[in-house]
Design a protein around this ligand. Structure first.
Ligand code: NAP
Ligand code: GDP
Length: 321
């Protein structure tokens, strides 16, 4: 990015990932705010991005030079299963409004946020960036997944037709401060922390959904935030970049539950409700491309130290901070 004044607009600035980016910008010596940069963190109170007029008004007000686009209707497996149409429509509209205005207002670079659930359900592993459109996503969250896949299609078309520098990243499951702890619409880590807390408080069993066998890669939100900022500053391609911990650090949902039980000192009854859905069995993503790109920037040693397994340090750190 040039030393001239930059206005970096972060949509979804009040969410799990947005708050982590704000924390890194305000606290990290390497990835923090640089001279000439103004960071703006949007919430839905600044305007509903589903609405074209409200989105245009935001771009008119801030005149961003760069956009990190996070705002989305986000939920875990059970929220998605209950409302595939809402996840599809809301996200399609938000993404269309943001990218259209970014083009109209001459934004120099947009980094949008996809998710590993966009990958094909029936595939080979590990999954890489070239496989996004090679087969239907898992049935449980096809609305959300298809809307996110379309961002990659739009990025390519905006570049082809107008020369826009719009790209995307694909993070694995994220956890950290400011997560969504809703009992139904949350992701597994915050959902289970809330359930474990209630079980502890009420002396009732701690019940996890599904079999506990599915596998996931988890990335700590502030580690992801650094990689996001690196992508904004250094990544040159339009095609997506997976932001993931190594494949070997994939863990089962049972391991996640065990870690939560241990971290919270829960000693009560602990079991699975196998009548509830497991969702996609696994979506093991490769971070080979990320490693290659970062190694080129001589930054890999630092990065390796961020990409730690949740069980080892991050989950403990997070639940106690
Ligand atoms: P989050 O905590 O649910 O936050 C969502 C953000 O989007 C909030 O700032 C929210 O504003 C804003 N937003 C939602 N609808 C909006 C609308 N109609 N108009 C304006 N703003 C709106 O989500 P997150 O977990 O940080 O996710 C950020 C991005 O990462 C998303 O694109 C998501 O798909 C992606 N991602 C998340 C995960 C994960 O595990 N969480 C994994 C992979 C990818 P308010 O706070 O004002 O409502
Ligand atoms: P996904 O990666 O999109 O499937 O996201 P989730 O974080 O919602 O779910 C991951 C896995 O955790 C699935 O296999 C669920 O069956 C399992 N799981 C177990 N208990 C819970 C829970 O309380 N909430 C959620 N969201 N998932 C749970």
């Amino acid at each position: 990015m040039s030393p001239a004044k930059s206005v970096i607009l972060v949509t979804g600035g009040s969410g799990l990932v947005g708050k982590a980016i704000q924390w890194v910008v305000e606290n990290d010596s390497k990835y923090g705010q640089r001279e000439g940069e103004e960071w703006v963190y949007l919430t839905s109170k600044d305007g509903n991005l589903i609405d074209p007029a409200a989105t245009k008004a935001i771009f008119e007000k801030y005149r961003p030079t760069h956009v990190i686009h996070l705002a989305a209707k986000v939920g875990g497996l059970f929220g998605n299963m209950a409302a595939n149409l809402d996840y599809f429509r809301d996200n399609l509209l938000i993404n269309d409004n943001v990218l259209h205005n970014a083009k109209e207002f001459g934004v120099k670079k947009v980094v949008s946020c996809l998710s590993t659930c966009i990958f094909p359900d029936k595939t080979t592993y590990p999954i890489d960036e070239t496989m996004v459109h090679q087969g239907p996503p898992h049935d449980s969250n096809y609305g959300y997944s298809h809307s996110k896949r379309m961002v990659d299609v739009m990025n390519r078309a905006y570049n082809q037709q107008y020369g826009c520098n719009f790209t995307s990243v694909i993070p694995t499951n994220v956890f950290g401060p400011h997560d969504n702890f809703h009992l139904v619409n949350s992701h597994v880590i915050p959902g289970l922390i809330h359930k474990c807390y209630l079980a502890q408080e009420n002396g009732t069993p701690f019940i996890m959904a599904g079999t506990g066998r599915p596998l996931r890669q988890f990335i700590y939100s502030r580690d992801l935030a650094k990689l996001f900022i690196w992508t904004l500053r250094e990544y040159k391609e339009i095609t997506p970049l997976i932001l993931s911990v190594p494949e070997e650090e994939e863990v089962s949902i049972k391991q996640v539950g065990d870690s939560i039980v241990k971290a919270m000192g829960y000693t009560g009854d602990y079991r699975f409700d196998t009548s509830k859905a497991d969702g996609q069995y696994k979506k093991t993503a490769s971070n080979k491309k990320l490693k290659k790109k970062i190694r080129k920037g001589l930054d890999w040693k630092t990065t390796l130290s961020w990409l730690r397994a949740p069980e080892k340090e991050n989950l403990g750190y997070w639940t106690h901070s």
